[in-house]
Design a protein around this ligand. Structure first.
Ligand SMILES: *Cc1c(COP(=O)(O)O)cnc(C)c1O
Length: 327
């Protein structure tokens, strides 16, 4: 198997992020619930995309690129963090965002403004239109002598997932230092790269640990995650191959992506009031709500040590009205 040091990587995050046991939540749930604080990766408001961008931006730089283009929803944490990381490294960036949901200057749009990010909205609900616009902007940049690098939504390509294979290794080592082997890791499944990296990392470094993603978007996530696990394994020469049935996903998107759900908001209140930790309505709230539901359904029976990945999302918190939920 290859080493992470065999791949280009730029240091952007403050790593390792903390990992510790949540005493009050553990007591309430009757399990040892640990948290991995990837909301504290240290760029802008933190979040999981920093780990992917360490590999993606380095790959771009190794190819001589000087511009990063990416996309997402109007409140995309990934796009905001791409702009923040590029700023730090002196690269250009263009964020081509879907004008769906909250696009007023709230939440991540405030941060994009502070960063001086070049944001272009596409008035569509179809990523095909967004990618066509990205291609057009790439053509413009090339005509001006630039070399752009395009990253699809969420940075969920194998090079990006390397960041989460490494995060799984980091978390498993931190667990071992505490004398704990995690029975389960629960993470969010959005565009799939985080889940795929955690799944592959657990298969490599702690094969008895089960990884389950909580789907917060009604995509065909199982096949997406399967493909990303297999392609990332090929990149790492890890020799692991999975089928769709090997991927554990629990659907908890409620009425749809970025629409707050009552269980998600209840999970946010529980995490805040019991542990002083803020999770968000789009990703981590629904993910933690999924963990609570799985516990109630007996999914963790006979399994005591559960790790919850806090993947960030603070920017979206101030753009979404949590008093209006749909289920
Ligand atoms: C993007 C994102 C996720 C989902 O990660 P994917 O790799 O896209 O599945 C989870 N939490 C937060 C806060 C995110 O921004």
């Amino acid at each position: 198997m290859k080493q992470f040091s065999d791949f280009p990587r730029v240091s952007l995050g403050i790593l390792p992020t903390p990992l510790y046991r949540l005493p009050n939540i553990s007591e309430a749930m009757g399990k040892n619930i640990y948290i991995k604080r990837d909301d504290m990766t240290g760029v802008a408001l933190g979040g999981n995309k920093v780990r992917k961008l360490e590999f993606l931006i380095a790959d771009a730089m190794a190819q001589g690129c000087d511009y990063m283009l990416t996309t997402g929803g109007a409140q995309s944490n990934h796009a905001m963090l791409t702009a923040a990381c590029c700023d730090r490294l002196g690269l250009g960036s263009v964020l081509v965002l879907k004008k769906r949901g909250v696009w007023q200057k709230l939440g991540n749009q405030i941060i994009n403004d502070l960063l001086g990010a070049d944001v272009r909205f596409v008035d569509t609900d179809d990523y095909a239109d967004v990618y066509a616009e990205m291609e057009r902007i790439c053509g413009e940049l090339r005509a001006k002598g630039h070399k752009p690098y395009c990253v699809p939504v969420g940075g969920s390509v194998p090079v990006g997932s390397l960041g989460y294979v490494n995060a799984a290794r980091e978390a498993i080592e931190q667990g071992a230092a505490l004398g704990v082997r995690f029975d389960d890791i629960i993470c969010c499944t959005g565009s799939g790269g985080t889940h795929a990296g955690m799944d592959l990392g657990a298969r490599i470094y702690s094969p008895k640990t089960r990884v389950t993603g909580i789907a917060v978007d009604d995509e065909r996530f199982r096949s997406i995650v399967r493909d990303l696990v297999n392609e990332t394994s090929r990149l790492l020469e890890a020799g692991i191959h999975v089928e769709e049935s090997d991927i554990n996903v629990f659907e908890n998107f409620g009425a749809g992506y970025a629409i707050p759900s009552s269980s998600g908001v209840a999970a946010m209140r529980m995490m805040a009031s019991k542990e002083g930790i803020i999770i968000d309505p789009v990703y981590t709230g629904k993910t933690f709500a999924g963990l609570i539901k799985l516990n109630q359904q007996g999914y963790f029976d006979g399994r005591d040590n559960i790790l919850f990945l806090h993947s960030g999302g603070a920017g979206g918190l101030f753009a979404i009205d949590i008093d209006h939920t749909e289920d």
